[in-house]
Design a protein. Sequence first.
Lengths: 177, 194
Amino acid sequence: MINYISSIAIPVIILVIIIYGLFEKNKVYDSFLDGAKEGMGIVIKLFPTLIAIFVAVGALRNSGLIDLIVKLIEPIIKTLYIPSQIMPLALLRPISGSASMAVAVDIMQKYGVDTTIGLITSTIMGSTETTFYTIAIYTSAVGIKKTRFILLGALLADIAGMVTSVVICNILSKSFC
Amino acid sequence: MLNIIWPIFIIVSFVYAILTGRVNEINDGIFKSVSDAVELSITFLGTMCLWSGLMEIVKNTTLMSKLTKLLSPIIKILFPELKNNQKAKSEISMNMIANILGLGNAATPLGLKAMKTMQDENLKKDTLSDSMAIFIVLNTASLQLIPTNVIAIRTSLGSANPTQIIVPVWIATLVAATVGIIATKIIIKKVREK
């Protein structure tokens, strides 16, 4: 059911837009071309940023540094009742969408999808975004260099989302057992 | 900001890789990343043009003002600066709606258009305006009605109840968005007082 809703959403939206345009007697094809041209400009402006971010993240991931960081902060995390198994995910989530997705699948395969750890992993994946990537794309597309305090605000949001995920899933799995 | 973070990421990773003898892995890794970026850009070019084209059609109809009206109470609170900028307001609401429906492919192009419109009004062109900051924080919090990706993965891993996480995701997202926006608003205020 949910799969059907999510797969029908895009065709329905496209259909509604085009029919609505025709209904109000617009030149929908000409409008589409104008918009597509504008979209192309945005992607071209974005390309250098993507290369830069991907190289940095690729280097970080392949150097094995993330594993080291996890080991170092493990004692702190343990006192906060955050399972150390999800730490690689928590660290990667703001940096890379595809990498964190891969780590999430790995964690859920290892510790089970429906265990507390599996639920926490799923909730974190569903409730947070690739913060660094989002900030880089949104600012560089319009040529902004000074991002001020935005990283702080966005990372606070991420931490709040992750802590909430841990708390809720702990309650959820206890009430189920 | 990225002028500091980016080199730190690279230097630290390379030094660590050399010290731990993972030179080959990091070599493969960076070139794989570059080609991944190209691949993503090509896919992105397609979806971006598609959605920008469709949104241009929307822009020329009355659909836009109707959607904006729906979200205008929330937007008024979040973006007090954009009093008379109807275009920015409607692009922000379209981006929010795309995010809520889980249309990531549509949300980013719309968000970038909103950024462009806000940039036109921005006085310091190289610095993020307050509205832009709030808007980006909102986008990093991933407001989503149905987390389709995660549900799909849970199904494929054989979960007994793949949709169990929907409500936890809503709560966590709302907490994240609220904390992010309040924190950003407070920082904006503090910076202004200085």
